[in-house]
Design a protein around this ligand. Structure first.
Ligand SMILES: [Zn+2]
Length: 164
């Protein structure tokens, strides 16, 4: 009996740790809350601050149409800020043309964005959002250029560009 139990435990432990790894990201889904209390605004407060289009992206994790944002072709030097709370997220020298139709960056300003896994398209994708107000920005993929190999695929409506 003891032998049976220990064998079963032996099988269960690795299985559970694998399951935990698979299902843990789903718990993170519930926490797109702002990290700073002053940015935990109500729906109505956000609606009064943002255009309906930006509200849809930032607060409802929407996606704008490809090639619809003027920021896709923005090539000037400057800083891309969160359209929700104005936190600087990306520098223009990390921007590149990914050909996808969305403003793309190979790196973000350190600490400015946080990620979570979403299952909206069934296949898990890594969503990222502003670390201050929790506003949805886009998804990050591993097919970007060196040195990071990352592609931050950002909604233009979630950004505000400040030229240098
Ligand atoms: Zn923000």
């Amino acid at each position: 009996m003891n032998q049976f139990l220990s064998r079963r435990t032996f099988i269960l432990i690795p299985t559970m740790s694998i399951l935990k790894r698979i299902f843990n990201p789903m718990q993170v889904l519930a926490s797109s809350l702002a990290s700073k209390d002053e940015w935990n605004l109500s729906k109505d407060e956000w609606k009064s601050r943002l255009s309906p289009e930006s509200y849809y992206i930032l607060r409802e994790e929407g996606t704008e149409r490809a090639f619809s944002s003027p920021l896709n072709n923005e090539k000037r030097k400057g800083v891309f800020h969160c359209a929700g709370c104005d936190l600087p997220l990306f520098l223009s020298d990390k921007k590149y043309d990914s050909g996808t139709g969305w403003p793309s960056f190979w790196d973000s300003i350190q600490g400015s964005v946080e990620t979570k896994v979403d299952f909206k398209l069934i296949v898990p994708r890594t969503e990222y959002h502003c670390s201050r107000c929790g506003g949805h920005q886009g998804h990050v993929f591993n097919d970007g250029p060196l040195p990071t190999g990352k592609r931050y695929c950002n909604n233009g409506l979630a950004l505000r560009f400040v030229p240098e």
